[in-house]
Design a protein around this ligand. Structure first.
Ligand SMILES: [Zn+2]
Length: 314
């Protein structure tokens, strides 16, 4: 651990560092907290607010950064409580305010690109590639209905540890992802860093219960990794493959199910109507499955998110 550096800071045992990192060519100053354990162990990264309207993770990360006691740590915990600050301060939903891009689609980013590309580049170079494990906190976006679940990436060298981290999350379902590009945890996993993405919260709201649930999950994972003392708990899960669908037309959206509801092949899942109330598109289930998350606002955007469901892997 001696001499290890993150974002230009040396990790000195027992030290807590709170700072901002500047993203070159932008106005961005990304807040980060380095909690350096007194004992040796792995370095675990926790990010929130890559999607700035997913508030549960943001609040959980702020609280964890103040509550984790470095004298208890065997290893280091690095927390970025709000990655997309400008989106948060301008109340966009998923998007980076300046360039309108979805930050979690542009990793590894580009130091010469637009604001989101530059932010992703710094996140990867200064933080992600220098850690041993990674937990990314998300939820439903400001217009999305979502059930809690967790993602990990299949077919990687680090899949076994990622699966164990996933089992420490208190949810009934997980998605074994096939997506190897664009997202932060996906890229980290491809680089051999065991990573998961936790989904909890929805519709631009947050509650004490949900924030505590995220914090308990993170602490439970840190116990499994030996970074925090104590016994961890594992939660058995149903593994799913995700299918997601964009809206073919703009209009008014009427979902038939709620997130967490199951359905059978051929069932109607939702309908888009025009502004006279006439149906213009109906979505039917192609297989038996469960709704993971979906658009919950009346308006739906052409080629924007409509519905994502999971199908059992077994
Ligand atoms: Zn998200």
């Amino acid at each position: 651990m001696a001499g290890k550096q993150i974002a230009g800071h040396e990790l000195v045992p027992g030290k807590t560092i709170k700072d901002h990192i500047h993203v070159g060519g932008t106005q961005f100053q990304v807040p980060h907290v380095l909690l350096c354990g007194e004992k040796e162990g792995p370095t675990v990264l926790i990010t929130a607010g890559i999607h700035n309207a997913e508030y549960i993770g943001i609040q959980a990360a702020i609280e964890l950064s103040n509550e984790i006691d470095v004298s208890e740590l065997a290893g280091n915990v690095v927390i970025l409580p709000l990655v997309n600050c400008s989106g948060f301060e301008n109340r966009t939903m998923s998007l980076v305010y300046e360039d309108g891009k979805n930050l979690n689609r542009v990793f590894p980013g580009d130091k010469d690109g637009s604001e989101a590309d530059r932010l992703a580049h710094v996140l990867f170079e200064a933080f992600i590639k220098n850690v041993d494990m990674y937990i990314d906190l998300h939820g439903g976006d400001g217009y999305e209905n979502l059930m809690p679940f967790v993602y990990y990436l299949g077919d990687t060298d680090c899949e076994e540890i990622a699966r164990s981290m996933m089992e420490c999350v208190n949810s009934d379902y997980c998605v074994r992802s096939r997506c190897r590009t664009g997202g932060a945890y996906n890229l980290a996993s491809v680089h051999g860093i065991p990573s998961i993405l936790i989904e909890r919260g929805q519709m631009g709201t947050w509650s004490r219960e949900e924030v505590e649930a995220d914090k308990t999950d993170v602490r439970n994972i840190l116990k499994y990794l030996g970074v925090l003392p104590g016994e961890h708990v594992r939660y058995p899960k149903t593994e799913l493959t995700e299918y997601n669908y964009s809206a073919p037309v703009a209009g008014c959206w009427y979902p038939e199910k709620k997130a967490g509801e199951t359905f059978s092949e051929g069932e109607k899942l939702g309908e888009i109507r025009d502004y006279f109330g006439q149906s213009v598109y109906t979505e039917y289930a192609k297989e038996d499955g469960i709704v993971l998350y979906q658009c919950a606002s009346l308006n739906i955007v052409k080629n924007g998110p409509m519905l994502a469901y999971g199908v059992r892997l077994d």
